[in-house]
Design a protein around this ligand. Structure first.
Ligand SMILES: Cc1cc2nc3c(=O)[nH]c(=O)nc-3n(C[C@H](O)[C@H](O)[C@H](O)COP(=O)(O)OP(=O)(O)OC[C@H]3O[C@@H](n4cnc5c(N)ncnc54)[C@H](O)[C@@H]3O)c2cc1C
Length: 419
């Protein structure tokens, strides 16, 4: 038993996890893997057994049996690991002086250590509030089911926001034969998640599928029209739509932490490399955090699956046995039509070196800063993606003419930087 474990001499002392998304579940896993023997309580305001979110904007919308494959862990995982589930109850207040959390149904839970893993909520557009008929936001399983059930009734769909989720929904809708218009306030789609070359590839694919993407365009007004809406736009035009999907980003759920007097900002709950807040008994993990990453040597915010999984597990272990600071580089993927964008590290550098021809649907882009590979993005190029990840992890300097030359096997360079 490690030194820190001695804090939990009493086997009844509990670690309470608020939020049973990917980071909360990964933390529970990490806590048990680290050998903690006491109580682990996993609480969520959602009623469903913990599920995965990426399929909500992909398979769930198009495959009838996708719901059966959403579980984050096998059905016996929680019982096997003695993880007590408290579903369908929101944590409403943290009482730091007595180390208790009050829940919406009146339950009070004492903790020795508390993990806040409350993730993010969708940013709402005041002009299109949630609850409006045929207006959809997409974060929870219930949101995805509502959209899936509505899709067969929709002929014209307006999507606000050309981010990852907006474009994934656009791809599903086009596959179903729905006419799609996408509005994007900035100059290009997926601006935060891609460099220009990747963006051009994605836009080209959507245009080939007849998606009407309008950049630097915002919504000015919405009025009911026939069975749908007439939406007036900043370019002076109007769009008619049976339904509207809003995908304009997320905000971290910092409310609980903020009310408890912990340090927070718009980027999330501030935590150190172990996930610790400024209260030694309270940690935070996943998308809700603004966390220290020792590889980057700075505070960071990430909104992707790989980070929620790795950070949750890391903080779970750290709560029990301490250990090194968080030092992971993460990335994302996005499935649209028949292609999948993979990205690792930063998604644009001061130089972006293309390997292969985007027109073929198989290429990689290496993102460089001062000659060092700091990110890689790819479509249909798994080997180059693997090499790119190794370069990023090693902080490797690989000549641009090597990266772009398809006759050179990057696997050999990968082995060199890995040894
Ligand atoms: C539709 C969709 C598609 C995505 N696709 C991709 C993808 O293709 N690739 C990729 O890399 N990433 C993708 N992501 C992002 C990825 O799923 C998230 O980064 C990840 O789910 C974050 O995990 P988390 O546990 O930190 O937060 P969350 O998943 O948000 O989980 C937090 C949980 O805490 C609960 N909670 C909040 N407040 C309280 C409270 N007060 N009391 C109790 N419970 C509370 C929430 O209801 C939620 O269940 C997608 C996300 C969405 C929504």
């Amino acid at each position: 038993m490690g030194e820190t474990l001695m804090n939990f001499e009493n086997r009844n002392e509990a670690i309470l996890i608020v939020g049973a998304g990917l980071s909360g579940v990964s933390a529970a896993d990490g806590i048990r893997q680290a050998g903690f023997e006491g109580r682990v309580i996993l609480a969520s305001d959602e009623p469903e057994s913990p599920y995965d979110r990426p399929p909500l904007s992909k398979e769930v919308l198009r495959e009838p049996d996708a719901l059966q494959r959403l579980q984050l862990r096998d059905s016996d995982f929680y019982a096997r690991n003695r993880i007590e589930m408290m579903l369908g109850r929101a944590a409403e207040r943290i009482e730091r002086d007595t180390r208790r959390v009050r829940f919406s149904d009146g339950t009070i839970v004492h903790y020795e250590k508390l993990l806040i893993a409350t993730g993010s909520s969708l940013r709402a557009l005041p002009i299109l509030p949630t609850g409006m008929s045929m207006v959809f936001y997409l974060r929870r399983l219930s949101d995805a089911i509502a959209l899936r059930d509505a899709l067969p009734k929709i002929s014209r769909l307006l999507i606000i926001g050309a981010g990852v989720i907006g474009l994934e929904v656009a791809a599903v809708a086009r596959d179903l034969g729905i006419a799609v218009t996408v509005l994007e306030a900035s100059a290009r789609p997926m601006a935060r998640a891609t460099c220009e070359t990747m963006c051009d590839f994605i836009v080209d694919r959507h245009m080939k599928h007849q998606v009407d993407i309008r950049t630097q365009t915002t919504i000015l007004g919405v009025e009911k029209h026939a069975n749908g809406y007439r939406v007036t736009l900043s370019d002076g035009s109007a769009v008619f739509a049976d339904a509207i999907v809003v995908g304009v980003g997320v905000v971290p759920n910092i409310g609980l932490a903020e009310a408890a007097g912990l340090t927070v900002s718009a980027a999330g709950i501030h935590v150190d490399g172990q996930g610790r807040t400024d209260d030694d008994h309270i940690y935070a993990a996943g998308e809700v955090t603004f966390h220290y990453n020792s590889l980057l040597e700075r505070m960071d915010r990430q909104e992707n699956w790989a980070h929620a999984s790795a950070h949750g597990e890391h903080v779970g272990r750290a709560m029990v046995v301490g250990g090194p600071d968080y030092a992971e580089i993460s990335g994302y993927w996005s499935d649209q039509y028949d292609f999948s964008v993979q990205s690792f590290g930063v998604s644009a550098g001061d130089r972006n070196v293309v390997r292969g021809n985007p027109d073929t649907g198989s290429f990689a882009i290496f993102h460089l800063s001062n000659g060092v590979v700091i990110g890689v993005s790819a479509v249909g190029a798994a080997r180059d993606m693997r090499a790119g990840k190794a370069f990023v992890n090693a902080g490797a300097e690989v000549p641009e003419d090597v990266l772009s030359d398809l006759t050179i096997d990057l696997g050999k360079w990968r082995q060199q930087v890995s040894t």
